[in-house]
Design a protein around this ligand. Structure first.
Ligand SMILES: NC(=O)c1ccc[n+]([C@@H]2O[C@H](COP(=O)([O-])OP(=O)(O)OC[C@H]3O[C@@H](n4cnc5c(N)ncnc54)[C@H](O)[C@@H]3O)[C@@H](O)[C@H]2O)c1
Length: 484
């Protein structure tokens, strides 16, 4: 199939070749079939065209933004403390991934504490599987794998915790449990040990509420799968019990960078930044499905727009139950626009939790055929839907996307992120917002606040209040201002 696709590409006339990979193939093909000189000439022509494209400009912006961020420490004038040993609480999906990047990327020894040996076994297997795949592909030697595996150890008590410099907490999403973890860490580690919580939705100030040393408590929010997703959100708190110290922020930022991550410092408010802009986008996709748009059509529309996966597939990957837990927290703190469609509770009642349960929007396990993803049609019966689909791909993508743009603009306005640059980086590295569009704020600049506000206002009249354009966008539309 690949060969026949290539042959089709080779039949294209030169001016019909628009995609960069095809242009590259064209250079090589010309060099081989005609002459090296002609190949170089075509290469120069294609390069000139590509380098002047808006996509190239956005990717260069992204490069300069990340280069700039590498020099930042999260706070001015406070140098980070050295981290020589790391504790991780919980060896589940996230704990396993965090242990992997700490040992293999940051080269720092890790001590995992779980309540069960099963949890520790899971975390060790997580790293073993990833490293073993590298050995099989001959990327690393077996001895290197053994060396990296020896950096990860486990315990069901706090043995080996006396000297840890930072503890990353990745236990179940439960406030009381996380508050107890803070107390146990304060009891079993040294005075300067940082407590970094990987909570996806609980305010860090609440987790620190019973802490004796609240200045050591901070949020360190990774994204799944941890070994692949480049972003982390760093969340200092400022609450009734005290606030995260600048030293803790600086050391945590440096630690995340050592793990190969790009950190953004965000405010301690429900959903932080990434989940907050993701939620309205996912809700909109769910509403489109409930309005009769087929699952794969919604996903394809967003993939064609440039996202790596569509919202339905993303929900299957993350876990429909995980999404369902975050929604009500955002709704309670930020308002009705975050209300998830109530029909979705039927999915949970049906045990449809996504990929991990082999039951979601798509078929998994024995039911799934190799190759293309197939929608699990029984979901339409469950939700009492006829997937007839009346909207175009562009309309679907626009509906989901504009909800995200509106929320991203609100986050910049409320200071949830420090600036438009961090908001763009957060969306690209945390969600997979198309990098060649530069991020949601650069995209707003491209299409213009005026046109977005007009569209949102029209939907708001047509479908309801949740589409109301935020004040920041309205004022930008009135004054003709831009983010960059
Ligand atoms: N799954 C995601 O995509 C994702 C993404 C970002 C953040 N998070 C957050 O990360 C945290 C962990 O999520 P997960 O998906 O890895 O959960 P998980 O259920 O896979 O793992 C949790 C682990 O914690 C262990 N545990 C429970 N109580 C403990 C205790 N008292 N001491 C030590 N270990 C204990 C459990 O045995 C289990 O191994 C949650 O707060 C979640 O909200 C999850």
């Amino acid at each position: 199939m690949f060969i026949s696709k290539l042959q089709n590409l080779f039949c294209l006339k030169r001016k019909e070749i628009t995609k960069p990979p095809v242009k590259i193939i064209d250079c090589v093909k010309t060099g081989v079939e005609e002459s090296p000189a002609k190949g170089y000439q075509i290469e120069a022509e294609h390069f000139a065209e590509l380098v002047m494209s808006p996509e190239s400009a956005q990717l260069r912006n992204l490069f300069f933004a990340t280069t700039e961020m590498k020099k930042e420490q999260g706070v001015a004038d406070v140098l980070p403390e050295k981290i020589s040993k790391v504790g991780i609480l919980g060896g589940g999906l996230m704990g396993g991934g965090i242990a992997f990047v700490t040992a293999t990327k940051a080269s720092i020894p890790v001590r995992i504490k779980d309540i069960s040996h099963e949890g520790i076994r899971h975390a060790l297997k997580y790293s073993f599987d990833l490293l073993n795949a590298k050995v099989k592909r001959r990327f690393i030697r077996k001895s290197e794998m053994q060396k990296q595996m020896s950096m990860i150890t486990g315990c069901v008590d706090y043995s080996g915790y006396k000297n840890v410099d930072i503890v990353v907490e990745a236990v179940f999403e439960n406030l009381e449990l996380k508050q107890n973890m803070v107390l146990e860490i304060e009891k079993n580690t040294k005075e300067s040990t940082i407590f970094a919580s990987n909570t996806s939705s609980l305010p860090i100030g609440n987790i620190a509420a019973k802490a004796a040393r609240p200045e050591n408590v901070i949020g360190l929010h990774y994204f799944s799968p941890v070994d692949k997703m480049p972003l982390v959100e760093i969340i200092p708190h400022d609450s009734a019990v005290g606030k995260t110290s600048d030293q803790t922020i600086s050391t945590t930022v440096a630690f995340a960078k050592k793990q190969g991550k790009t950190p953004i410092v965000v405010k301690d408010k429900a959903g932080f930044y990434v989940n907050r802009i993701l939620a309205p986008y996912m809700n909109e996709a769910a509403l489109l499905l409930l309005g009769g748009e087929p699952i794969d059509k919604v996903d394809n529309a967003l993939v064609n727009f440039g996202f790596p996966v569509g919202p339905m597939q993303l929900l299957d990957e993350v876990g429909i139950d995980v999404g369902a837990k975050i929604g009500p927290i955002l709704q309670a703190d930020l308002g009705e626009r975050f209300a998830a469609p109530s029909a979705f509770s039927k999915l949970l009642d049906d045990g449809r939790l996504g990929k991990k349960a082999n039951k979601g929007f798509y078929l998994y396990g024995k039911q799934a055929k190799k190759g293309k993803k197939q929608v699990d049609d029984s979901i339409y019966t469950l939700l009492n839907l006829k997937p007839l689909g009346s909207l175009s791909n562009d309309q679907i993508a626009k509906r989901c996307l504009y909800m995200m743009l509106n929320e991203a603009a609100r986050c910049v306005d409320e200071g949830i992120v420090r600036n438009a640059r961090d908001a763009d980086i957060g969306a690209i590295f945390g969600i997979g917002f198309p990098p060649f569009l530069g991020g949601p704020l650069r995209y707003i600049d491209k299409i213009g606040a005026q046109s977005i506000v007009a569209q949102l206002a029209q939907w708001s009249e047509q479908y309801g209040e949740r589409y109301t354009p935020c004040e920041a966008l309205v004022s930008m539309a009135e004054n003709g201002t831009k983010y960059y």
